[in-house]
Ligand binder design. Structure first.
Ligand SMILES: [Zn+2]
Length: 265
């Protein structure tokens, strides 16, 4: 079995992995409340496990970095357990990880995101890495990799609002990956968020505008969505869909040529 976990390599082995043009895959989650039925580690676990399953399938084409466990989530601080990192810190931290990889010669860096509120910060971090090195960095949130029709076929909760946080989607995925960490007897539907034309929240088809309020203003339980509709069988389909597409994404990214810059001054 080819080695793929970054932290298990020696330095000569890293040199070889760079020569093999492997894609560096960095899962980024967060440590935050996910309602009364899911653990704080949910977003780390989803990003890490899906990345691991993908890289494990093509170990000679990628390396899996140790995950980032903490990130931006100030808006969850009204619920116990959340660890909130400032936006500037997470941008800087992930930029430094990617830039280090680039300095060792990795040219393709894929950030796999498990937390909705990471999107703007990881987008900036990926751009910083690309602009500040010879590498190209890209970011993908795992739920964006699920083909729309896969979600539509299985979805039972209402749109919008049924799939947002600790919801039908996330709870299904956890029921498949780590059923021992899910307390379904405590799962409760909580969709008190006022959905209007522009202000709504759903992972399947996000609102055209960006906004985020204090979570406790519109969620009583810490959940937004309907986790009572979650099943392990749906979770398996969602996870397989993400992993299949992530394998294709890694391969496409690896094969992609980096064109030379042209200075037109
Ligand atoms: Zn989450």
């Amino acid at each position: 079995m080819t080695k793929f976990k970054y932290e298990e390599f020696t330095w000569p082995e890293i040199k070889t992995a760079v020569a093999q043009n492997r894609v560096a895959v960095l899962p980024v989650g967060t440590t935050e409340q996910h309602g009364p039925h899911l653990p704080l580690v949910t977003d780390v676990l989803t990003a890490t496990e899906m990345s691991r399953l993908a890289v494990e399938r093509i170990p000679e084409e990628a390396v899996l970095l140790p995950s980032v466990h903490y990130s931006f989530n100030e808006h969850h601080m009204d619920f116990p357990g959340t660890i909130a990192i400032a936006g500037e810190t997470i941008v800087r931290y992930v930029t430094d990880i990617g830039t280090s990889l680039a300095r060792h010669g990795f040219r393709k860096i894929l950030i796999v995101n498990g937390h909705g509120s990471n999107v703007p910060f990881l987008d900036i971090a990926a751009r910083n890495i690309t602009n500040g090195s010879d590498a190209v960095a890209a970011m993908a949130s795992w739920w964006s990799l699920i083909p729309k029709e896969v979600i539509t076929n299985l979805r039972e909760s209402e749109f919008p609002g049924g799939m947002a946080h600790g919801c039908e989607l996330e709870t299904s995925v956890l029921l498949h990956l780590r059923p021992d960490l899910v307390q379904m007897d405590k799962a409760e539907r909580d969709i008190s968020f006022q959905s209007t034309e522009f202000f709504y929240w759903d992972l399947q088809n996000p609102s055209p505008i960006f906004f985020q309020e204090w979570f406790s203003r519109y969620s009583r339980t810490g959940t937004v969505g309907d986790p009572t509709k979650a099943t392990a069988a749906k979770g398996e389909v969602f996870v397989n869909a993400v992993v299949d597409r992530m394998v294709n994404l890694i391969r496409e990214f690896r094969a992609r040529e980096i064109a030379p810059r042209v200075d037109h001054h």
